[in-house]
Ligand binder design. Structure first.
Ligand code: FES
Length: 155
């Protein structure tokens, strides 16, 4: 039994339970945040990407006992405290819509979280920065549109 406190999308959370539970399970089943997706479960695909203290991390590979004192952000909290309505989108989300990136859409929340972290670290990424910095998989092959959206969000 583990007890940890952390911040989830700006709200303080306290978790008491199985410390080996993957963060992804907690997000989807306990916190009801279904925007973070399960893909491979072994840290390979990136569908489960969230931010921990601003860094992109794969939530299927993080366990609850490692969360104490951290700040977790999911796609639901990416836009922060912006007002409701169309403005309540992070610039990366807006660029994704403008470039019509999604095909099936399943991997896209993870892609957006990875892109937002990349841009926070590298505000004007080159194609190579995007290729090396974003290793999330997309079975529909939307990589060219993803790259365009990242560049649009950076502009
Ligand atoms: Fe976590 Fe694939 S579900 S990396």
């Amino acid at each position: 039994m583990t007890t940890v406190t952390f911040t989830l999308n700006g709200t303080a959370r306290r978790f008491t339970g199985d410390g080996d539970m993957p963060l992804l399970w907690y997000l989807r089943e306990d916190a009801g945040l279904k925007g973070t997706k399960f893909g491979c479960g072994i840290g390979s695909c990136g569908a489960c990407t969230v931010h921990m203290d601003g860094m992109a991390v794969r939530s299927c590979g993080l366990t609850m006992d490692g969360l104490d004192g951290t700040r977790i952000t999911t796609i639901e909290g990416l836009a922060g405290g912006a007002p409701d309505g169309p403005e309540r989108l992070h610039p990366v989300q807006r660029a994704w819509l403008e470039e019509d990136v999604a095909q099936c859409g399943y991997c896209q929340t993870g892609q957006i979280m990875a892109a937002a972290a990349l841009l926070a670290e590298t505000p004007e990424p080159t194609d190579r920065d995007i290729e090396t910095g974003m290793t999330n998989l997309c079975r529909c092959g939307t990589y060219l549109r993803i790259r365009k959206a990242v560049k649009r969000a950076a502009a």
